[in-house]
Design a protein around this ligand. Sequence first.
Ligand code: SF4
Length: 431
Amino acid sequence: MIVFQSLTKAELAELLLPLSRIRSSRHPEADDPEAAAKLEKKERKQAAYRAQQIFHWVYQRFVTDWDQMTDLSKDLRNWLKENVTIFRLTEKVSQQALDGTHKFLWTLHDQKTIESVIIPAALQEKDEVGSDAPTESELMGQGKRFSGRETKTAIDSQKWGRLTVCISSQVGCAMACKFCLTGVQGLDRHLQTHEIVTQVLETRMRAPITNIVFMGMGEPLHNLDNVAKACQIILDQDGMGFSKRKVTVSTSGLVPAIDELGKRVDVSLAISLNSTTDEQRSAIMPVNKKWNIKALLDACRRYPLGPHRRITFEYVMLKDFNDSMEDAARLVALTKGIPSKINLIPFNEHSGAEFKRPSDEVVKKFQRYLGDRNITATVRISRGRDILAACGQLRSIFGTARGTEKHKDWAGLKVQAVTESAQATEDQSLG
Ligand code: SF4
């Protein structure tokens, strides 16, 4: 069986072409090349149209039963039933935090587990430079909560900035970043194209997603073939129709693959930078020993950015490690001349982690320093702190992760989190 979500629209059309040929075999005209070319063109057009119809049904109308695709002929539906399957992810666990962050743990066909997270962003986070962007506690104090059931219209209205889904590209990860629980788990396997695309499809069936970021489990560029193809499918305007500005691939710094990504697909790029010296970066990100900061930033300068587009530098702030004003000054110097913005991410502490989260004051001071030098810098508000929302946490407790024993004392927290989330949902529906 062919998996539908592994196909681009062009590949699907190619697959459907023989069906068109059978139907038009009554007009062979083989001895007339001009007529044959005309016929070939007609058949290809018909196959392309059918592929477009099927993309609409699955990706825009969320229909996953061939029999319900009523504008396809019965013969075609029967052929599809016998030859093509529409893949679904099985939801093993889902948790919703008080701030609306919604995390899913999916089971794959081989019983491996992966995570996706829906992250609502309030309007305040949309105001980028915002040297005075609110801290998490301020935002939570304003009672901004997202139920996960808001309509697209409500999201487009003044209240919510965007609804982002953070998706995984691998089961586990080989990059071993010190601040990341997925890094502790090691790499199990790459995700296939359809397993990546379907994370977006499944979450879109549940909420009106506006943005996609490849920042979940895994190093996307370590699985470049599948990630680039998944991006092509996600960007197809007859499918889910995301704009290239709304799809961001993040990397820890696989330099040759950054160049290759830019050649294959037009998406936004984020770099997980996290340090301002090679010594510091190599200590927390082994990839830096192979491609250092200079090589990485040179690749950023080569990346084919369209007009008015910028690279995002992610900077996980670790207390007393990379949160000094000297770090801020080096960050300004390093990113000079690269159209970019900086996303400061105060470390999401978890049990067993060797780093701590800096105080809100330190984060604000760091952000203000950048803002005063005309650098666009946002602070990512930690989402879902009342659930297991840090990358790799949910899988570690409920899933198939290896090497996370010392982090397992979340077991008590998980019961509390599920209860609190259920309570919050109830409060909202009552309210
Ligand atoms: S931060 Fe990203 S690249 Fe690094 S170990 Fe975690 S998932 Fe892998």
